[in-house]
Design a protein around this ligand. Structure first.
Ligand code: ZN
Ligand code: ZN
Length: 325
């Protein structure tokens, strides 16, 4: 029987290639259905504006990695040959009626099982055909418009979409330089998410602390300490003379309020740790400039003395030569 059918179909196809096409608004629609992973889905194939079809030899395309072909349900036709070829992602449908059938409606329903691991989204089902695959009893080729369909895979009923979350809980506290971490979990399942808590930045004292006392031979230094960690900023070097002139206590651990020597506290120091490092460098340069200025005064005096001496020697030589003449 199968052989005869195939022979007839082949004969019809050969004949049909020589006759004119008939479309006349005929269309075939493949249903769009929703199904969850693991579900069984029924996909209807229906025809409208049927001009009268006697034979169909078509390939139905589907994704066999997502959908498993399980079987079919008959529609209004009388002769069904349906065979799945999962490796080709194809289901062959061959039909040969005893004359033209002009009915409209569902002519075939395919049954699929949606894979348990199927991801959310549309799994398309379509019909691929070439001219002559649909024809009427007079071997005239028919070219219906195919409206593709498929299975819209929805999350499984037991799969949580994590719509409600608990309040954030701190996992690790942020530090001056170190980011912290917080966590929130789904109210309906075990799922949890984490998020970074940005580092807080240093919080420096609004006074300077003497870290090293100045001596006659060595400069001392002071800095502003972070209240929460060991970090320091705004390091200032000073001499014994400067501590006396500016009336601050040259003794380790002494807290020194902003004064003419230290200058005022700039907003920049308070902002964050990354700038804190830079302002340290800046204050060091500023202070070495101050040191140079102190030394400059001494050099100027020496230069004046040398100049006076040179002028005196010059005059001496000048008068000596004059007298000799
Ligand atoms: Zn959840
Ligand atoms: Zn700190």
């Amino acid at each position: 029987m199968k052989r005869i059918v195939t022979f007839l179909i082949t004969a019809i196809i050969i004949l049909s290639s020589s006759v004119s096409a008939l479309a006349a608004g005929c269309n075939i629609t493949i249903d769009k259905v929703d199904a969850a992973p693991g579900d069984t889905a029924y996909v209807d194939f229906s025809i409208a504006d049927n001009p009268g079809i006697a034979a169909m030899t078509i390939s139905i395309t589907y994704d066999s990695s997502v959908l498993e072909y399980k079987g079919y349900k008959e529609g209004f036709l009388s002769d069904y040959t349906v065979e799945a070829h999962p490796s080709k992602n194809q289901i062959r449908f061959i039909n040969l009626e005893q004359g033209n059938v002009s009915k409209n409606g569902i002519f075939l329903t395919l049954i699929f099982k949606v894979s348990d691991s199927a991801k959310k989204g549309n799994s398309k089902i379509n019909i691929a055909y070439t001219k002559g695959d649909f024809c009427n009893w007079n071997a005239e080729s028919i070219s219906p418009v195919i409206v593709s369909g498929g299975i819209n895979i929805t999350p499984a009923n037991n799969e949580c979409e994590h719509k409600e979350f608990s309040e954030w809980k701190t996992v690790s506290e942020p530090g001056c330089n170190k980011d912290g971490l917080r966590e929130s979990s789904c109210k309906n399942c075990e799922f949890s998410k984490t998020e970074k808590i940005s580092a807080l930045g240093h919080q420096y004292d609004d006074f300077w602390t003497v870290d090293k006392q100045a001596t006659v031979t060595e400069l001392g230094h002071m800095s502003r300490h972070c209240k929460k960690c060991e970090d320091v900023t705004d390091i200032k070097y000073f001499s014994v003379k400067q501590s006396e002139e500016n009336k601050f206590n040259n003794k380790e651990e002494t807290q020194i309020k902003p004064n003419d020597f230290t200058g005022s506290i700039t907003e920049k120091d308070e902002s964050d740790n990354s700038q804190g490092v830079n302002s340290d460098e800046e204050s060091v340069t500023v202070n070495s400039d101050q040191l140079k200025e102190n030394e400059k005064g001494d050099y100027t005096l020496i230069i004046i003395i040398v100049c006076v001496l040179l002028i005196a020697v010059g005059f001496g030589i000048f008068f000596y030569i004059k007298r000799k003449k």
